[in-house]
Design a protein around this ligand. Sequence first.
Ligand SMILES: [Zn+2]
Length: 313
Amino acid sequence: MRKLKQLIGQASAAPFYQRKLAMISAGASSSLKAFTQKAPTTTLEELIAEKRATGDPYSSRWNKDRAPLVVFQLEYDSETSLYIGLGREELAGYAEALRRCWSLLGLRRGDGVGIFDYGTSPVSYLASSAFTPYLRRGAADALGCVVICNDGGANMSRRAVEIIKYVRPRILFLRSDCLHPFALEVEKESISLSDYTGALVAVENEAVLSTADREAYEKRLAVRIYRMLRIDAAMFLAVECPRCRLLHTWQDLFLVESPAQDNNEGANPGPTPLVITNWFAKSCPAIRYVSQVKATLEPAGCPRGPKDVRIAA
Ligand SMILES: [Zn+2]
């Protein structure tokens, strides 16, 4: 409750939320349930409209009393570019989410990690303090891993295969849209991928590789593939657990709602859009952001993280 009150207090320093939160009754911060019933949601369309109307690069979500330390363009195919600003708290909390994703995948001290993704992807820029100014501890720094990063364009697939061959990373993270060109290069080189890496992780913003596609690529490449979900507008990360094969995320970092499910006690309404509230994004809040990812929330209880939030997508 303290966290919720704090978040609402801080959000009112951002013009976008100041207006939104003025619409909710005072009772919305009285309990988490009241919050999820009464606090307004935010959609990508609203962020786009706000950017267009005001010209503010952060869609008026940035706390007007502070200045961002780093700024990234968000990866959405919208007619106007959207940006997020990150301060120290955003960098630290977001990198902690990535560290937990790596940890769940079994990465440990001394492991090599390859990243085949854009520099504006949090999977890249949160990996190491060497990549991003003001990031004190990236996932690799925290876990003692050695990380190598290559731009994630499909035309760079040959180089990604070279990286696999010479660096032999325990895990290679790559964009879902690079899976096919990467697989073509692997086939051209006639190498057995499992001789060079332990697993691939397919990453996407506001989308998840289908389990059918995952299985098809696992068969084609003869290597384990895990899926990772980014919801960049809410600074959210979740990753597929090697044990239960559901996506795990963490309730001390994010509040994850599946509203139709929450309102249909007992009934199964099927997958609905995930709604994310970010607890650590204090200067650039994300409150009840309605993502484009349809999923269902599963009960906690995986041995690999008994309290973790689990998502079937
Ligand atoms: Zn699990």
